[in-house]
Design a protein around this ligand. Structure first.
Ligand code: COA
Ligand code: AMP
Length: 627
């Protein structure tokens, strides 16, 4: 055990005021907070700051304007571009001037539906500069999902680009934006579109504006000064899957976020000014918000923005090439990406040829890291591979081995130990702690650490629900156990959320879409194990009279989920069945369905309504595998 870790954790729990008050000194405040925490006001009450100024201006003012801030590496367009801190300040300042010219001011919302290009980072920082609230929507979501976010966030402006590049596929964004705005009740005042060379989009005057033209038109405007905001003012809204079809808008506050992220870079990831950090995620997810954009810049490090996939862009050596080329010190990715690389390069030939340069550690998160994948990566890279756990709601890791505090304890299958600021418990259904090694609901003692959510946008009741089941605790929605040595093991969800290739999705939401497909009488969507993506959704549908297996029902179900939720759902299999396994009271036995599709042993539950159903389903699944 590391004494530094132990001391930090104890202090953070025994005296959070002192611990986080100290950590807050890493941030430049325009007004100092009066305390670290107050029950009603939250983290750093009385404090005002600007997050973009903390990410950019202060480093330039300190004489680090020529240091590298952002490296854009895009194998799909064969481009590498570098931006110093001074250049990133200027570029994001230009976008801030564009937004200001459109009337965007403190508190206004801006939706960003953009691919992994530098302009997306400029846009996020530009909003932060103005005190406006951005909401980035992942490109893999369909127009209906974008429309739901537009209606909930009610933005003044929507920023987009003509296309994204998904491996060899070019994804046109503008038709999706147009469709979303047709579906949405709320209308934005302006759409500003960045034209990429690969595909040009048509603009509809007067609503749509060309990014470059607007930039030219506002070129003489000064870069707007960073607007001080209260610590508890929102920096962004990030929508994530809940258990219903309505996404949850996690609100991130400026002050707690800046303090927690800066602390995490230095104490978990061992990254400080001048170091290169790379999180191979997408800015549409929380990992991208925290560890591609804000955290590396808050500490004056260099961040890598990678537009590509772990495989196929152009080969499974692309990650190692980026790490070696840019001198990445700490690397962060999802287990899925490593499984995809391993499948194509099982002997790690490319890894051995290219090497990992100056890399000192690899962190994994987003889904459960299977011990086999960790073992393979440690063996082939010779680096410590550190699984760690967190959620969109929290914004930064809550379970990890605090590498930078000298804690290198690892156990394959466990995500590590509670991070300073977080006290965990594992509870049974009655809310009693279970003994070490026993599974239960994984909960975190309230109040949550700085950076974690303190409300949901337009939905304080939805927020309160997370604290309603177990008094005094936040319910993570995950199940797991803490072993005798204190390692926390996260085993899966207690609700209908699944992780598909590290992407968080709700099977309940998919069921709602499937149930509405013409010809579907009944349905269930469950997460089945997948060798690469960890989990994939599978639908079971019972047709109405007149819609049999040959009516194209399965194909329509697959198409509906893709059209309404988006390609990221990756629902590729729908079984048309005669019946679903149900209890006599009508509850669908989803666990039994999961066992059947996973090829695991199952028994017919005594409460089942029709005992013939499981065997019928098993033959259906077996036939499918035989095809
Ligand atoms: N814009 C538009 N479409 C997108 C998209 C985006 N930003 N991201 C994904 N999609 C599409 C994909 O093109 C694919 O479409 P297809 O069905 O037409 O092929 C679909 O959504 C599913 O995407 P994905 O889950 O990424 O699968 P894939 O087969 O394209 O790639 C992996 C498989 C393993 C290489 C990929 O999932 C991966 O890199 N995973 C790691 C993800 C990660 O880092 N997550 C971290 C979150 S913290
Ligand atoms: P997201 O909000 O998209 O980050 O997803 C959060 C969920 O992903 C968690 O509640 C977990 O179910 C899962 N998750 C994230 N990291 C891990 C991990 N290291 N091990 C197991 N599950 C994880």
């Amino acid at each position: 055990m590391s004494a530094a870790y132990e001391r930090a954790w104890q202090e953070s729990i025994a005296d959070p005021q002192a611990f986080w008050g100290d950590a807050a000194q890493a941030i430049d405040w325009t007004a100092q907070p009066s305390a670290a925490y107050a029950e009603a006001a939250g983290w750093f009450p009385g404090g005002t700051l600007n997050t973009a100024a903390n990410c950019l201006d202060r480093h330039v003012a300190a004489g680090r304007g020529d240091a590298a801030a952002l490296i854009y590496d895009s194998p799909v367009t064969d481009t590498v571009r570098r931006f110093t801190y001074a250049e990133l300040l200027e570029e994001s300042g230009r976008v801030a001037a564009m937004l200001a010219a459109l009337g965007v001011a403190k508190g206004d919302r801006v939706i960003i539906y953009m691919p992994m290009i530098p302009e997306t980072v400029f846009a996020m920082l530009a909003c932060a500069r103005l005190g406006a609230v951005h909401s980035v929507v992942f490109g893999g979501f369909a127009p209906l999902e974008l429309a739901k976010r537009i209606d909930d966030a009610t933005p003044r402006v929507l920023l987009t680009a003509s296309c994204g590049i998904e491996g060899s596929r070019t994804v046109a964004y503008k038709p999706m934006v147009d469709e979303a705005l047709t579906l949405a009740r709320h209308q934005v005042e302006r759409v500003v579109l960045f034209q990429r060379d690969r595909l040009r989009a048509d603009l509809q005057a007067p609503r749509d504006l060309d990014w470059e033209s607007l930039r030219a038109a506002t070129a003489a405007d000064p870069v707007p000064a960073p607007v001080p905001v209260a610590s508890a003012d929102p920096l962004y809204i990030l929508y994530t899957s809940g258990t219903t079809g309505t996404p949850k808008g996690v609100v991130r506050e400026n002050g707690g976020h800046a303090v927690a992220l800066a602390w995490s870079m230095r104490n978990i990831y061992a990254i400080d000014a001048g170091d290169v950090f790379w999180a191979a995620s997408d800015v549409g997810w929380v990992v991208g918000h925290s560890y591609i954009v804000y955290a590396p810049l808050l500490v004056g490090a260099t961040t890598v923005l990678f537009e590509g996939k772990p495989v196929g862009t152009p080969d499974p050596g692309t990650f190692w090439r980026v790490i070696a080329r840019h001198g990445v010190k700490t690397f962060f990715t999802a287990p899925t990406a490593i499984r995809a690389i391993r499948k194509e390069d099982p002997d790690a030939r490319l890894l051995k040829n290219i090497g990992t340069g100056r890399c000192e550690a690899i962190f994994l998160a987003g889904e459960r890291a299977d011990p086999d994948t960790i073992g393979w990566l440690e063996d082939k890279s010779g680096l410590p591979v550190i699984d760690h756990w967190w959620q969109t709601e929290l914004g930064w890791p809550a379970i990890a081995s605090c590498f930078a505090l000298g804690d290198l304890r690892r156990k394959r299958g466990s995500a590590g130990f509670p991070v300073p600021g977080y006290a965990f418990a594992v509870l049974d259904e009655a809310g009693h702690p279970v003994p070490a090694g026993h599974s239960g609901a994984v909960v975190i003692k309230a109040p949550l650490a700085p950076g974690a959510f303190r409300t949901l946008w337009n939905n304080p009741a939805g927020y309160a629900k997370n604290f309603a089941t177990f008094a005094g605790y936040y319910e993570t929605g995950d199940a797991g156990f803490i072993d005798e040595e204190g390692f926390v093991h996260i085993m899966g969800r207690t609700d209908d959320i699944i992780n598909v290739a590290g992407h968080r999705l709700s099977t309940g939401q998919m069921e709602q879409i499937v149930a509405a497909v013409e010809g579907v009488a009944e349905c269930a969507v469950i997460g089945a194990d997948d060798a690469i993506k960890g989990m994939v959704p599978i639908a079971f549908v019972v047709p109405r009279a007149g819609f049999d297996d040959d009516s194209g029902l399965a194909a329509r179900v697959v198409a509906a989920v893709r059209a309404e939720l988006g390609p990221v759902a990756a629902l590729r299999t729908a079984y048309v069945a005669r019946g679903l396994p149900k209890t006599r009271s009508g509850k669908i036995l989803r666990n039994l369905l999961r066992r059947i599709v996973n090829g695991e042993a199952w028994t017919t539950p005594p409460t089942i309504d029709d005992p013939a159903v499981p065997a019928q389903l098993q033959s259906l699944v077996a036939e499918h595998h035989a095809v």
